[in-house]
Design a binder for this molecule. Structure first.
Ligand SMILES: Cc1cc2nc3c(=O)[nH]c(=O)nc-3n(C[C@H](O)[C@H](O)[C@H](O)COP(=O)(O)OP(=O)(O)OC[C@H]3O[C@@H](n4cnc5c(N)ncnc54)[C@H](O)[C@@H]3O)c2cc1C
Length: 501
């Protein structure tokens, strides 16, 4: 018998994937769901904060993949909500590279270095493919493996290597986001934030009033610590000692959280699942915001993005001014990744400010004003994130994605990291939620059919005694060949046992 608090589905996490999964379930009749979110807000890695008089995006900032043959669903949501966005043209960033004396590299040198970096990335990729094929015995001759391309050494080579590899490899490998949805990217610059799209989605199935979600099915500040699962259901235990029971769980936490020990599973997840989770890389991507009393950087056309070339790879390399998105805001953003992100997260913000000012003074001279404010997000040290987004190996490995995504019993996995085509992006999370929600609906329909079959079998069991569950199911399917559309089971339009009989 179900306990009174048992719901059909518990969704762990209220980021874009958790909310889109919940929406698809609710819209298809699964309304007794509960969303458990560890933090005090929805949105997850979509998060705005007021800084320097405007609303800046600490997590996802761009709607990436617009203007292509297929329409990006997140772009559609943004248009429906009149979200204010600004087109970002990165193409000229490679010609705004500052050296350590504050001069911009001549465009010819920058273009040559860029071409060399793209060529060597392609060469490296082919090399890895050949090695892999020869190991798998696919006919590739190991003697054909070329010498590895020379590693980037000079500051300009290191800077280009950084933007090519730590941002995107679109010039080297086709990325579904850009191939399918288009190459344009739009920066969200709206006071309501990127997260407004999530509130709009939530409005369709949760009770809301004046921009607030008031529905008791959304439970904030509920940190899930343990999932006990069996063939009969799932018990979810939170840090504050509450226990929630459900028939199924949709787990939407990030790959970084899955790799951490925040949530324990009883029984533990199978080895194939753990191996897949461990194999997926986590990128750390940090946007540091700096507020100034006035502008001192060039703001003309094609000057929005600029690069600093330093002998340490990724050292305050990639810069953006916010004048196009928020005119008069006097804000600069510098993006750090991975090792540099972790280093900066571990130090006081004053130290980071000092380092950033040092770099800016190299580029723009000693007389520029000090920043009056700094904002340093800490995605790596946030125990509900443990990183910024998943990063699969460039060589496609469909089995790896399948294993990350595959359910384990009654636990269904979702999140950007489960999206084979669009992992790492907001639209990846959004579509993954829909995908997982749809698979779970199918499972629920099958499960209900199974329950009905068991119910029908009860009189037979009373006669025969001890049939196992699998043989019960087999017995029923051989007894009842008629197939009732599952849609009708769910909508309750048929009195099932009678209908089947
Ligand atoms: C700095 C940064 C920049 C980015 N830039 C872009 C960009 O420009 N464009 C783009 O498309 N994408 C970008 N992304 C990626 C994008 O933000 C993510 O792909 C997407 O938001 C992930 O959504 P999700 O639902 O999969 O996960 P999340 O948003 O992480 O949602 C998971 C939720 O689970 C909750 N949770 C975690 N542990 C627990 C627990 N134990 N119990 C209960 N709840 C828990 C978390 O608090 C979170 O709310 C960026 C991400 C970052 C961090």
């Amino acid at each position: 018998m179900d306990s009174p608090s048992r719901s059909s589905v518990i969704i762990v996490g209220a980021g874009v994937s958790g909310i889109s999964a919940a929406k698809i379930l609710a819209e298809n009749g699964v309304e007794d769901l509960v969303i458990l979110e560890a933090s005090d807000r929805i949105g997850g890695r979509i998060r705005k904060e007021d800084f320097g008089g405007v609303s800046v995006e600490l997590g996802a900032g761009w709607i990436a993949g617009v203007g292509g043959k297929e329409s990006n669903p997140v772009w559609e949501l943004a248009n429906q909500s009149d979200l204010r966005t600004h087109f970002s043209d990165y193409s000229n960033a490679r010609y705004n590279i500052y050296d350590r004396s504050g001069k911009i590299f001549p465009s010819g040198i920058a273009a040559d270095s860029y071409k060399k970096a793209v060529d060597s990335a392609i060469q490296q990729l082919r090399r890895e493919e050949t090695i892999r094929e020869s190991i798998r015995g696919c006919g590739s001759d190991v003697t054909r493996v070329t010498e590895p391309p020379s590693a980037p050494k000079t500051p300009i080579e290191l800077a280009i290597d950084f933007i090519l590899h730590d941002f995107e490899m679109a010039e080297v490998e086709p990325i579904s986001t850009f191939v399918d949805f288009g190459e344009r990217e739009y920066l969200v610059a709206d006071e309501r934030g990127y997260e407004y799209l999530l509130y709009k989605m939530a409005e369709d199935f949760l009770c809301t009033s004046e921009g607030k979600i008031l529905d008791s099915r959304l439970k904030l500040n509920k940190v899930v610590r343990e999932l006990q699962h069996s063939r009969n259901g799932v018990k979810v235990i939170t840090e504050d000692g509450c226990i929630y029971e459900a028939n199924y769980v949709v787990l939407s936490v990030s790959i970084g959280v899955l790799q951490s020990d925040l949530i324990s599973f009883r029984p533990p997840l199978p080895r194939w699942k753990m191996e897949a989770i461990e194999t997926c890389d986590v990128m750390v991507y940090t946007k540091i915001f700096l507020k100034f009393p006035h502008k001192f950087w060039p703001c003309g056309p094609e000057k929005e993005f600029f690069i600093y070339a330093h002998e340490r790879r990724g050292y305050y390399t990639f810069w953006q001014h916010m004048e196009n998105a928020f005119p008069g805001s006097n804000i600069l953003v510098v993006t750090l990744t991975n090792g540099e992100s972790k280093r900066v997260e571990a130090q006081p913000d004053e130290e980071t400010l000092k380092e950033a000012m040092g770099v800016l003074r190299v580029m723009f001279g000693p007389n520029i004003p000090n920043a009056t404010d700094i904002l340093v997000p800490r995605w790596w040290n946030n125990r509900f994130q443990r990183g910024s987004y998943s990063n699969y190996p460039i060589i496609p490995n469909p089995q790896l994605v399948q294993n990350i995504k595959a359910p384990v019993g009654r636990i269904f996995f979702t999140g950007e990291h489960t999206s084979e085509r669009f992992n790492g992006y907001v639209h990846g999370g959004y579509l993954a939620g829909i995908d997982t929600g749809t698979s779970l609906l199918e499972e629920i329909r099958k499960g209900r059919k199974g329950e009905i079959q068991n119910h029908l079998l009860e009189p037979l069991l009373a006669l025969t005694g001890s049939l196992t569950l699998s043989t019960q199911t087999e017995a029923v399917s051989s007894l009842h060949k008629c197939d009732i559309p599952t849609q009708l089971y769910l909508s309750g339009k048929l009195g099932l046992p009678e209908a089947i009989l």
